[in-house]
Design a binder for this molecule. Structure first.
Ligand code: FAD
Length: 413
């Protein structure tokens, strides 16, 4: 869609992946795009994501891919159908950056970094005429005008349409501080409270265990926990013991259900399988073998390779009597209960759940504020790590841009 008369002015607020994608769609559609961001530069969380090896999307079967958004799958599906994992990869390639699929199916830019991609993207956006206004913090509306705090004082801006892409509530120092929640609520827009997603959890470790084992990874373990639907979930992978709890990819993968159980019951318990490649029978046989004068700890190390943090966990979570009882010990090696007390604070989380409810939206437009569209993590969906977050941010940004263009066209007619 192109505007052939005076270009329509659209304000995009928030320069993360969702806002930048909305700006791209709008500029290509012929609108004059002004992008505002509170920070001194755009894409700070995107750049951070690139530091640890950025998963830009995931290569699993699309039918499985869309289910990763859980309850929000239905609402996000049309956006993902329009700009899904393959479209993301094609778009990255179009910016001159190659991608590869890792063994886990996660898709990475070839050098694993976000900076070259962001540089190329911003260059393209400037060529398309997008104007960037940094250090412009959106403060809400005065009548229908947008209020910004800028280094030169408060500024009021009028736009024909607005895309809000203000991010979630984690890593506030990178710009996404959730300060927009009350601004939307004041306007009568339904917003679910922000909650940590893909987060670690607190465990009441003893000082002895914490001092000895904090920072140690548990590789190749499985966790069983109760899923969102009440059924038992089992996942294998790795995580890290921290001074006050647990974190890492295996914990993040289960974190949404764990967080919700803690909210409902005040705590939850995960069950660790410290030897996921061995059957319970084999583990019991090895534990029950005669150990002569050897201590139980060295018996476990020589028969089953249990040492370090795994051995420490058994000591930490079992009573002396249980540790000395071969049958109880064999059972615990396959199903060691660890009680989680609370999620780590939202600011430490990889992402956040909650945000603008889909019920408050008509497509991506706020029902209570016609002409205002929303995209990215500020909308009420969540997903695991592995490229699903960025894919939905890109897809919803593109959808918000396209919806804004269609709405402008309709209102101009
Ligand atoms: C450590 C880490 C690693 C990650 N790794 C991955 C990964 O590998 N793969 C993946 O898919 N996802 C990853 N993510 C998640 C991903 O980075 C986010 O989901 C994504 O950046 C969200 O995009 P967004 O555009 O919705 O919001 P953001 O990227 O948070 O951008 C929001 C923008 O809005 C601006 N803003 C906020 N409030 C205002 C205001 N009032 N006025 C003006 N501007 C404002 C902010 O300054 C910011 O620039 C990672 C996140 C973290 C923290």
């Amino acid at each position: 869609m192109q505007f052939h008369t005076t270009p329509t002015r659209v304000a995009v607020i928030g320069g993360g992946p969702a806002g930048l994608m909305a700006a791209q769609a709008l500029a290509r559609g012929g609108a004059q795009v002004d992008l505002y961001d509170a920070m001194a530069s755009v894409g700070r969380k995107f750049l951070l994501a690139g530091r640890g090896g950025m998963n830009i999307t995931h290569a699993e079967d699309y039918a499985d891919f869309v289910t990763r958004y859980g309850r929000a799958t239905g609402a996000l599906r049309p956006m993902l159908d329009a700009f899904g994992p393959q479209a993301v990869r094609d778009w990255v390639h179009g910016l001159g950056i190659d991608t590869f699929v890792g063994t886990s199916g996660r898709v990475f830019p070839t050098d694993m970094k976000a900076a070259p991609l962001l540089r190329a993207w911003l260059h393209r956006l400037r060529e398309d005429g997008v104007r960037f206004h940094m250090r412009h913090r959106w403060l809400g509306w005065r009548d229908d005008a947008l209020r910004f705090a800028t280094p030169d004082g408060e500024l009021t801006v009028r736009a024909d349409a607005v895309v809000l892409a203000l991010g979630g509530g984690s890593w506030a120092r990178l710009g996404s501080d959730g300060a927009w929640l009350p601004l939307l609520r004041e306007r009568g827009i339904e917003v679910a409270p922000l909650a940590p997603a893909n987060c670690g959890f607190d465990v009441d470790w003893s000082a002895h265990f914490s001092e000895r084992h904090a920072g140690e990874p548990l590789t190749t373990v499985a966790i069983e926990s109760t899923g969102a639907d009440g059924a038992m979930l089992r996942k294998q992978g790795q995580f890290v013991v921290t001074a006050g709890g647990v974190e890492g990819s295996l914990i993040y993968a289960l974190s949404a259900a764990l967080r919700d159980q803690i909210a409902a019951d005040g705590h939850t318990t995960i069950y660790l399988d410290l030897l996921p490649d061995l059957t319970p029978r084999r583990v019991a046989d090895e534990v029950l073998r005669p150990r002569g004068a050897r201590s139980m700890a060295s018996h476990l190390q020589s028969r089953l390779g249990i040492k370090g943090v795994k051995s420490g966990l058994l000591r930490e979570c079992l009573s002396k009597d249980e540790f000395a009882d071969p049958l109880a010990l064999a059972h615990a090696l396959k199903r060691l209960p660890v009680r989680l007390l609370r999620p780590r604070p939202i600011d430490e989380a990889i992402s956040s759940a909650g945000g603008v409810r889909f019920d408050a939206l008509d497509g991506t437009m706020l029902k209570a504020a016609p002409g205002v569209f929303v995209a990215g993590e500020m909308v009420d969906w969540e997903a695991p790590t592995g490229g699903y977050l960025l894919t939905a941010c890109f897809a919803s940004g593109l959808a918000a841009g396209a919806d804004a263009l269609a709405w402008l066209q309709k209102t101009a007619a």
